[in-house]
Design a binder for this molecule. Sequence first.
Ligand SMILES: [Zn+2]
Length: 308
Amino acid sequence: MDCHCHILPREFVTNLEKFSRLDAYFGLLATTKGSRFVTGEDLLRDMAAYHVDRAVVFGFAFRDTGICRDINDYVAGICRENPGKLVGLGVLDPESPGALEEAERCLELGLSGFGELFPDGHGYSLDSYGFLKLAGIAKDAGVPLLIHVNEQVGHEYPGKGLQGPREAYRFCVRNPDVKVVFAHLGGGLPFFYYMPEVRALENVYYDTAAQPFLYVPGVYRGLKESGALSRVILGTDYPLLGWERYLRDLSKAGLSFDDIDGVISRHGEEVFGEFFETSREGNRKAGQNTVLGEGKGSTEILEQGGFE
Ligand SMILES: [Zn+2]
């Protein structure tokens, strides 16, 4: 199971220049050397070729909620057409006008969470108002957030921002009931699993997106040693990097078959498995839950999150 795949409607893929002008952060990603953009149909073809059974898919978050709406409609549509194979998340900038309404609409469409969210790219933090409201919506609906964070040391690259392990840890401590996946190995948060209070975090997972660009294969051995490997899930950042690249690094790390199976399958099932099952049955968990928006969870989170 690949838990981090970006897809876009064909109109976006064939008009990258136009959409790059409409969102500075998307423009930055689109003009970065080596970046690639594909449709969901492209992904399905590649999944079949590489025998990948399940993928969690989403577009790219734009600041403009109207553009996000078009992307979310497309993602929800292709997931509906491929039950049991694709599960979709909604993209948005939670601080933009109309974004929280869009979040609720995403759940009605059958999307199973929100992500990849770009706090730095869109200029908000993990304790800003709209983000905490979104976290409340996710909590009430029982769906996860997938959040871009990155390491605060090492080489620079486009999209490297200021939200890292410290912010991720603080969010988890304050919001233990929100299920989160921190992309890019949580910006290094799992390396702190030698600290008992970090290892005690609940409801948090880390995906491997862009690992081959950031860390040597031995990183997986380190994560096993620190006790965090059971929270690591395969996310390729498709189409940025292919599955074979991650499998190669996982096996180079000298992990056991069981450990590798955990990363490429079982741990991801813990987060997203239920949504693949419900999508196959055509009976979405998220759609059944109508406690959204101003629900108790949202208020609780805002109080816990604080604005100090
Ligand atoms: Zn990312």
